[in-house]
Write a protein of this length. Structure first.
Length: 658
């Protein structure tokens, strides 16, 4: 793959930046000639730092988390004008997003991924949505509307010590809005090019100690210009909160999503045609009890289920070209997950806090068309603890571990240790080490996929897994810096890292079965640097990120070395000119890369999105009309060339009645 001048010299530039940061922390802090007339206190500095919960299950400002964390909050979500959740994740340094069909996308941190993106954990209100049979996340089947999201926390690094084996390269944790914040009824409508249609209705209220919110959303699009693809999704969700007392609360969440997608060949082709229809639902209950101001317990129980119906019809012409019968594939699969977790947090004193607990999970998958065993029952048991210690005023230590027993692959322990050193309220350095595992998914261990014709006769075997895989493992080392320049409205997060990954699982063609099988074959060393800078002041908000990444591997079963861009830049800029005019700009540049399994190197590309909104009132009703342009910098492909994203524009209207 051709490497640009920027790629060749980015590391040298990074070393200069990091050296400058070290020098900066050793320089006496100075304030600008301030008109305010008074210096900022330490509390003023700390108030400017967002708080994360996901990194260690303890509330921590970003300068005290054990690893780098990016937070995308509600204000940023709305201002971006993003129509899909995956578009927001493009703004995370080191994260790749590739769309390969309408409604189908892969999201990975630090590459090493194909369309299933199996090495990252995704949570919605603590509920894992990592798919049990094929792995990864089907983003548009999540029963959560964009406007119901309060914030997204992205842990940029292994977090198995906190969230288990599949938090291998990172974690995306989505938190939805408290029901108590929704009052009255709101309606949002959007219509645009590529037949983008969106409609969202929300209603919320409260009675005595109980608050509730109901949301219903419809989304659809015709997809990419050069593909016969389209999708629609219908989502409904409910959230109810009962605050019985200051010490006791309960939250009930219910949701369902109906999704239908069509994916055919390129435009003008009539074959093959792949359709996917899924119906998923979930039920979740959380009980929270505070024993005292420094001790709390949270019990979470949830159940998810889905039904997938997939068909693939091949035309006679394609089959005749290979001198065989045409494939007429049909698959009907059901998946269920039940999870129970108890989490406890305790503050022993001002210097020592701990989160600890355990849980058990059962995944039951029935998929006769794709598994050797038509019904599989997989169980997972876990125990975890994370301790935060502050032995001195400047030093914060994190020690944590997760023990897990997986019914397919056995037991493992994932430890993490990290330190944050506050040079001052402005400057903090971070160093940490962690080890994590990724358990093989059911398809890697038990896949058996035989393609048949219309008479139900076998045509050929696509997958035949022999099993016996061991978990992938990663040893990760990170050094970071967090700078908080409150008087300027600035923050800076810098990270350099080295990950050593062993036992990578990949498919290969097995001559003994004339089908694809899976094995532990490759290793990879991933090194790089990431920068995230934020600015927030006087009606302006800006976020600038840069990431540089290098993957070293022998590429035995895949082109790992090119599975992530060496360079990526992003810029998010939002400004409120007046109470009646909001604007935002989002820019992403991604260097050359190649997703695993595609054998299609992608050239570098950029994407520019813009939004202009006019908020106004009609009596007591809040309204907003906005126009959004996406891909304004020109067509680009971020997964394969056939899935080319063209310029799009849409108009949206929002009405909030209290």
């Amino acid at each position: 793959m051709e490497i640009s001048t920027c790629d060749r010299y980015s590391r040298r530039a990074w070393h200069c930046i990091f050296s400058a940061l070290i020098a900066l922390t050793l320089t006496p802090a100075t304030r600008p000639a301030a008109a305010e007339g008074s210096s900022l206190s330490e509390d003023d500095f700390l108030a400017n730092i967002p708080v994360a919960i996901t990194a260690s299950r303890l509330a921590q400002p970003l300068n005290e988390t054990p690893t780098a964390v990016t937070i995308i909050d509600r204000e940023m979500i709305r201002a971006s004008g993003a129509t899909e959740l995956t578009d927001l994740l493009r703004l995370v340094p080191g994260m790749e997003v590739g769309s390969f069909a309408a409604g189908r996308a892969a999201v990975s941190y630090h590459g090493l991924s194909n369309s299933y993106a199996r090495r990252m954990q995704v949570l919605v209100d603590g509920r894992t949505v990592y798919e049990p049979s094929f792995g990864g996340v089907h983003w548009l089947t999540l029963p959560v509307a964009m406007d119901d999201i309060e914030k997204i926390e992205i842990i940029r690094g292994p977090s198995a010590a906190t969230h288990g084996a599949n938090a291998f390269l990172g974690v995306v944790s989505i938190t939805t809005v408290d029901a108590a914040t929704q009052r009255g009824t709101s309606v949002q409508l959007a219509k645009g090019s590529a037949d983008v249609d969106q409609a969202l209705v929300q209603h919320g209220g409260s009675h005595d100690k109980f608050s509730y919110r109901i949301s219903g959303e419809h989304r659809s699009t015709d997809g990419f210009r050069d593909l016969n693809d389209s999708y629609f999704a219908n989502i409904i969700s409910f959230r109810g909160e009962l605050h019985q007392s200051p010490q006791d609360s309960a939250t009930l969440q219910l949701g369902a999503n109906g999704f239908h997608a069509l994916q055919g060949g390129q435009s003008g082709d009539i074959e093959p045609v792949n359709t996917l229809t899924t119906f998923s639902n979930f039920e979740q209950v959380e009980l929270r009890h505070s024993f005292s101001s420094d001790r709390e317990s949270n019990l979470r129980l949830y159940h998810t289920s889905s039904n997938e119906q997939e068909s693939w019809e091949e035309g006679a012409a394609s089959a005749a070209a290979e001198n065989r019968n045409a494939v007429d594939f049909n698959r009907n699969a059901t998946k269920e997950r039940t999870d129970l977790e108890l989490e406890n947090t305790v503050s022993f004193n001002e210097r020592y806090r701990m989160a600890w607990g355990g849980g058990l999970r059962q995944d039951k998958v029935k998929d006769a068309a794709a598994q050797s065993d038509p019904v599989l029952d997989v169980k997972l048991y876990r125990l975890f603890t994370n301790l935060q210690a502050r032995p001195t005023d400047k030093l914060v230590a994190h020690i944590g571990a997760m023990f897990e027993h997986h019914s397919l692959v056995g037991s493992d322990v994932s430890p993490r240790v990290a330190f944050n050193y506050h040079v001052s309220a402005r400057h903090t350095f971070r160093a940490g080490y962690s080890r994590a595992f990724r358990n093989p998914v059911i398809a890697e261990e038990n896949a058996s996929l035989v393609l048949k014709d219309a008479n139900d006769d076998p045509v050929f075997t696509l997958f035949k897994a022999t099993g016996g895989l061991t978990p992938e493992s990663i040893h990760s080392t990170e050094i970071g810096y967090f700078g908080n320049y409150a008087e300027y409205g600035l923050s800076l997060d810098v990270k350099v890292y080295r990950d050593k990954i062993s036992n990578l699982i990949r498919s290969y063609f097995d001559l003994s079965s004339n089908a694809l099988n899976f094995r532990n074959a490759d290793e990879a060393k991933v090194t790089g640097a990431e920068i995230e800078a934020g600015y927030r002041r006087h009606g302006t908000r800006a976020n600038l990120t840069y990431s540089n990444e290098d993957i070293d591997s022998e590429n035995i079963t895949g082109r790992y070395t090119s599975s992530a861009p060496q360079n990526k830049w992003t810029l998010f800029l939002a400004h409120r000119f007046t109470d009646a005019l909001d604007t935002s700009l989002t820019y992403v540049y991604v260097g050359p890369m190649e997703w695993l399994g595609t054998r299609e190197p992608l050239r570098s590309y950029d994407r520019l999105d813009m939004r202009v909104a006019h908020p106004f009132k009609m009596g007591t009703t809040d309204c907003e009309i906005a126009i959004v342009g996406q891909g304004l910098s020109g067509p680009y492909a971020d997964f394969v060339g056939a899935a080319t994203f063209d310029r799009r524009a849409y108009l949206s209207l929002r009405v909030q009645a209290f």
